[in-house]
Each structure stands twice: as structure tokens, then as C-alpha cells.
Design a protein around this ligand. Structure first.
Ligand code: NAD
Ligand code: G3P
Length: 363
């Protein structure tokens, strides 16, 4: 990248996109190597007869996705993603994962070849020819740019309230890491950078499946011990998933904010948990509840469970990940939520008498 002031574009303006825009907008004003103006791609909507981009640019508030929080005035809402991203040196991707391929194809050939990406998107996509593909890999492949990731225990509303939390940046390139940390870190939003990029991203995606399981537990009124078991078994399946499909990742990554901390926060305070609880109590479909309860915000857990199941089924490995499999089947309605426990009570984790050696080798 040149020595000129670096331009930042945020691609996405939902609940998390808006919360991160508040941080990035303030940070570029205090850092000398960034241009003050930050563009934010906004998927245009009409709110009470007025365009959302106009509302944001006039009131500096995303009244639909992050009401009650002012965005810095240097954050400019732009309805055309190419206009927003064209001149950017740093592209922060923060849309629900189901929209990323379309956005990437729109951006193909229209961004700076020297740009770098940072994906805050939690989810996967189907890979061509089977399996799953990481969102940062899709971004890198389509747009031919480097793409690091940021994942953590970061409920957007709490971050926007400036309540203390941590996050994890996964970045293999040690020259880029300080730059990315600089635009994200504040005194209440603390960043740890690790080089285990893929594991950081996989944690962020898989925890949303476990969050659905936690919501089912709440809907069934099963209590905190059961929820803790689901969280623990979920963590073990996350570790196994990375071990089997992305070997070479580090166990230590699961103890960063992107791992165990995000599991905890999402299984208590997240949208996936909330809608999954309502799914059990109301017997409505997840899609209907998403529409009724989230005011345009999108769930990632059920589709991630479907993407993971597609891969496990292809590889005949559904039984090796019984919690992920049970959660997927409950989301689709193939299995009743009441069967969650019977689905997991013969979990491989309960089969062995673990010796110290086995525990260590698993870790
Ligand atoms: N909200 C959180 O607390 C939080 C925290 C950390 C990470 N994340 C992750 O960040 C990502 C983005 O989530 P979010 O909470 O900012 O979004 P959101 O669920 O709040 O909002 C949905 C967004 O999608 C946009 N949209 C709707 N249809 C679209 C289309 N066809 N094309 C493009 N955009 C469209 C909407 O305009 C809106 O901006 C997700 O992967 C999520 O898991 C969210
Ligand atoms: O509200 P959720 O369930 O999408 O979770 C939000 C964040 O990912 C928590 O870190």
C-alpha cells in the first residue's frame, strides 16, 4: 500500500456493521495514517417513506439496525457497494454471510488490487463440489486480496454501549496485523491478534450452531447444567471439527475471545439463542420467528448448521458430530427439540474413561 492516507470502507450496516462503524469512525479521526472519511455500504431500504442512507447521513443514526446510538459524522452511508469500496485500502466485510458471494461478484474488478480485507462475518458457504468454504477464503478468491478475520464475544449492542469486551483478529501477515488492530482497538474494545486465521473464523461460525442448542435448552426449561453441557460438548465438537478438517490449527485459539468467550456470550445473550428458545416454545418456524422477532436482522446459526451438515453428510461423518447434527435436525423440524438430550446423551465424549494421556492428546 502507498504512504498516502489509507481509506477505509465498511461493507455492511446491520447491527454489528453499525456498531463497528462507530468504533472505526472514531479511530480514524485520532490516527494520523487514515483518511477521516469512512464509507459504509448500506443495503438501501425505505423507512417511513425515507431512504435509510439519507436518514443515516442526516441524523447519524442507523435507526433500523442500531437505534439509539450516534455514528460519527465522518461515517458516510453509500447505497452502491462499488461506489463505497472503489477507493478503499481497507475493506471491512460485515454482512450476513448469505449475501457475501453476490457482493463479491459485484465488486469483482472494481476495487483497488492493493486493498486488504478484514472479515467480521460469522458463517460458511457451500463449497463448489461439496464441503464448506470459509467466508474469508471466498473474499480472497473472488477479489484476489488478502483477507484477515475478526471474531469475538461481541454482542453488537453491548459494544455500541461501550461496555468492556475483547475480540480476536486472526491475521497471518504480521506486517498487516498492527494496522488492522489500530483501526479496531479502543480502550473498551481490546484486540488480541493471533496468526491462526482459519481456526479463529471457524470458531466464529460454529458457535452460532451451539447457540441454537443453548436456545433449545432454554425453550425446554432444562436449566443451566444442561446448557453448560451443551456449551462444553459444542466446544469439543468445534475443536474436533478444526482438528479433522483444518489440521495444524492451535488449541490455544479456542481460549481466545473468538472461542470459549464467544460461546458463552452467544449462548446467553445472542439472537440465535433467543429465536431458538422461541422456536421451542411457539412451534412457529425459525424463518417466521426471524422475521417476527429480529426486525430485519438475520440469523446465522440455522444456515450454518445446514452448511456443516451438508459437509458431514457427504463425508458420512454426521455421527462423529452428534450435537451439530441434532441441532441441524431440530432446526429443520426433522427431530423434535425434546429429543436434543437423547440425541447427545451417547455423545462420544461420554464413551471413554479418559486417561491423562488421552486428555492431553486431545488437547
Ligand atoms: N449483531 C451482532 O451482535 C454480531 C456480533 C458479531 C458478529 N456478527 C456477525 O456480523 C455479520 C453481520 O451481522 P449484523 O448483525 O451486522 O447484520 P444484521 O443481521 O443486523 O442485519 C442484516 C443486514 O443485512 C442487510 N441485508 C438485507 N438483505 C440484504 C441483501 N440482499 N444484500 C446485502 N445486505 C442485505 C440489511 O440491510 C442489514 O444491514 C454476521 O455474520 C454476524 O454473525 C454479528
Ligand atoms: O446474536 P448472535 O447470536 O448472532 O451472536 C452475536 C455475536 O456473534 C456474539 O459474539
Amino acid at each position: 500500500m502507498s504512504q498516502k492516507l489509507k481509506k477505509v470502507c465498511i461493507i455492511g450496516s446491520g447491527n454489528w456493521g453499525s456498531a463497528i462503524a462507530k468504533i472505526v469512525g472514531k479511530n480514524v479521526l485520532r490516527l494520523s495514517h487514515f483518511e477521516n472519511r469512512v464509507t459504509m455500504y448500506v443495503y438501501e431500504e425505505i423507512i417511513n417513506g425515507k431512504k435509510l442512507t439519507e436518514i443515516i447521513n442526516e441524523t447519524h443514526e442507523n435507526v433500523k439496525y442500531l437505534p439509539g446510538h450516534k455514528l460519527p459524522e465522518n461515517v458516510v452511508a453509500v447505497p452502491d457497494v462499488v461506489d463505497a469500496a472503489r477507493e478503499a485500502d481497507i475493506l471491512i466485510f460485515v454482512v450476513p454471510h448469505q449475501f457475501i458471494r453476490t457482493l463479491c461478484s459485484t465488486l469483482l474488478g472494481k476495487i483497488k488490487p492493493t486493498a486488504i480485507g478484514l472479515s467480521l462475518i460469522k458463517g460458511f458457504d457451500h463449497a463448489e463440489g461439496g464441503g464448506i468454504e470459509l467466508i474469508s477464503h471466498i473474499i480472497s478468491k473472488y477479489l484476489k486480496i488478502q483477507c484477515a478475520v475478526l471474531m469475538g464475544a461481541n454482542l453488537a449492542g453491548e459494544v455500541a454501549d461501550e461496555k468492556f469486551c475483547e475480540t480476536t483478529i486472526g491475521c497471518r501477515d504480521s506486517r498487516l496485523a498492527p494496522l488492522l488492530r489500530d483501526i479496531i482497538q479502543t480502550d473498551y474494545f481490546r484486540v488480541v491478534v493471533v496468526d491462526d486465521e482459519d481456526a479463529v473464523e471457524i470458531c466464529g461460525a460454529l458457535k452460532n450452531i451451539v447457540a441454537c442448542g443453548a436456545g433449545f435448552v432454554d425453550g425446554l426449561g432444562l436449566g443451566d447444567n444442561t446448557k453448560a453441557a451443551v456449551i462444553r460438548l459444542g466446544l469439543m465438537e468445534m475443536i474436533k471439527f478444526v482438528d479433522v478438517f483444518y489440521p495444524g490449527s492451535k488449541l490455544a485459539t479456542f481460549f481466545e475471545s473468538c472461542g470459549v468467550a464467544d460461546l458463552i456470550t452467544t449462548c446467553y445473550g445472542g439472537r440465535n439463542r433467543k429465536v431458538s428458545e422461541a422456536f421451542v416454545r411457539s412451534k412457529k418456524s425459525i424463518k417466521q420467528l426471524e422475521d417476527e422477532m429480529l426486525n430485519g436482522q438475520k440469523l446465522q446459526g440455522p444456515i450454518t448448521a445446514e452448511e456443516v451438515n451438508y459437509m458431514l453428510k457427504t463425508k458420512r461423518m454426521e455421527d462423529n458430530f452428534p450435537l451439530f447434527t441434532a441441532i441441524h435436525r431440530i432446526c429443520t423440524g426433522d427431530v423434535k427439540a425434546e429429543e436434543l438430550i437423547s440425541c447427545i446423551k451417547n455423545h462420544p465424549e461420554h464413551m471413554d474413561v479418559k486417561t491423562d494421556l488421552q486428555v492431553q492428546s486431545k488437547l
